[in-house]
Design a protein around this ligand. Structure first.
Ligand SMILES: *Cc1c(COP(=O)(O)O)cnc(C)c1O
Length: 440
């Protein structure tokens, strides 16, 4: 088992399912400029332009986007009382923010940046191809009854542990598409019920996420009226997420927070298959250059990106291959095998990956709620371990020294990306709080 992973300071903790910090030995400056990568920085600009063009249609489809001109954006929240509760009040930590994708409109999770983007991009492309939308025409006509009738002849399919299915299902139904979501066994009941109410066909699999995706792909291949959103390989999802980085850059600029050689920026990104954190990290490298350092976060039993990237192999490895169970309450991250596409893009661009146990997720979920009324689902709390790993963990400190930023940590900015939660029904959220209290 463990021969699959090379000798590394993090290896014993990873294999024992203890919280661990892995630092990427291949991490280097300028990795984003590699012309052989399957995505290029200019595509982030294209994604931003696409979002802008789609905004009037999004505004027409979703009342909650009236006030935002059709933009799907989240707040950047400074930590005050939560910072003290987490022990991040000291000067050594610099500034800690939450990027509150837990409250993103339309889908209530970071998936609003990916699934919604891919579905709306597909709708536009299909409408142009079939002559429903001509050059220069108002894109809002795709919200008309005529367009709905047209889209209803097509189905969007996706495999999901829950949130991607929600975002794709919501986006597809808003435009009139049929939608089929293949759910893994980890999917929470409320997510299934919410989709069913929207008229989405939910196929439940008594298997993990990878199997749910495979089934969805197979079903789509045999039917040309089905468009498959492929979480394991989709460039569209990845690029939709990548546009989030410019939003963060604007928010930091508004607050006059510098990101440069003396003011490093750290991002902590919860990771399942890798698409969402990979896309955001890629966009961040484009927006902030080598002054941003991106870390993925995974559950101790589901560190699929960690084992993949640590192995250095181009073959896909699963957490089962190294004796881990993929069992976690963090359903958004319950993925046993990462995306090969994302692993390739992140190979020299990702600073590292750390893991957290479920008990910590519930503790942080409770603290965020008690102190600043931030509503999270367990996956979304994972990033709160980040500043501690970087500033206090011997490996984290060695990393900062090696990069020559060890003395700049008091001027650092840490951004904890909270990826989901606002759609969690009251009853389920109360159950999370009870679970947290029982574990306290
Ligand atoms: C999907 C999701 C993630 C991880 O995104 P991937 O693209 O699967 O890596 C993290 N947190 C939440 C709440 C999610 O829904």
């Amino acid at each position: 088992m463990s021969h699959l992973l090379p000798d590394d300071p993090a290896r014993p903790d990873v294999l024992a399912a203890r919280p661990a910090l892995w630092l990427n030995p291949a991490y280097r400056d300028g990795a984003i400029d590699d012309p052989d990568l399957p995505v290029q920085p200019a595509q982030v600009d294209e994604a931003e332009a696409n979002w802008k063009r789609l905004a009037p249609l999004l505004q027409a489809c979703f009342p909650e986007l009236q006030a935002t001109d059709g933009r799907i954006r989240s707040e950047l929240i400074g930590l005050d009382s939560l910072s003290d509760a987490l022990g991040y009040g000291g000067v050594g930590y610099g500034r800690v923010f939450v990027k509150a994708d837990n409250a993103l409109p339309v889908a209530g999770s970071i998936k609003a940046r990916g699934g919604v983007y891919e579905v709306f991009s597909f709708a536009e492309a299909l409408a142009i191809r079939e002559g429903l939308l001509q050059d220069g025409q108002d894109i809002r006509r795709l919200a008309d009854p005529e367009a709905k009738a047209f889209f209803s002849r097509h189905t969007i399919a996706v495999g999901s542990t829950g949130n991607l299915g929600l975002s794709v299902g919501i986006a597809a139904r808003a435009l009139g598409f049929g939608a089929t979501v293949h759910m893994s066994s980890d999917a929470k009941a409320w997510k299934v019920e919410r989709l069913a109410r929207l008229g989405v066909e939910v196929v439940r699999h008594e298997a993990d996420y990878t199997t749910a995706v495979e089934n969805a792909r197979l079903a789509a291949e045999s039917d040309p009226t089905i468009y498959f959103v492929d979480d394991e390989q989709s460039r569209q999802l990845f690029l939709g997420y990548s546009a989030a980085a410019q939003e963060l850059a604007d928010q930091l600029r508004e607050r006059r927070i510098a990101v440069d050689a003396e003011h490093p920026l750290f991002l902590y990104l919860p990771c399942g298959i890798g698409g969402a954190p990979g896309g955001v990290a890629y966009g961040a490298k484009k927006a902030f250059g080598d002054h941003v350092h991106c870390f993925f976060v995974e559950p101790v039993q589901s560190p699929c990106a960690l084992v993949q990237m640590m192995s250095g192999s181009t073959d896909l490895l699963s957490v089962y291959d190294v004796g881990l169970t993929n069992r976690t309450e963090a359903d958004g991250m319950a993925v046993a095998r990462m995306s090969a596409f994302v692993a390739n893009v992140m190979r020299e661009m990702l600073a590292g990956i750390f893991t957290v146990d479920d008990g910590s997720l519930f503790r942080w979920l409770l603290l965020a709620h008690e102190t600043q009324a931030i509503r999270l689902e367990p996956s979304a709390a994972a990033g709160f371990a980040g500043p501690d790993f970087l500033v206090r963990h011997p490996q984290g400190r060695a990393f900062c020294q090696r990069l020559g930023i060890g003395d700049h940590l008091p001027q650092a900015t840490h951004v904890v990306w909270t990826t989901g939660g606002s759609f969690v029904p009251e009853e389920q959220f109360n159950a999370f709080l009870e679970e947290a209290a029982a574990r306290r």
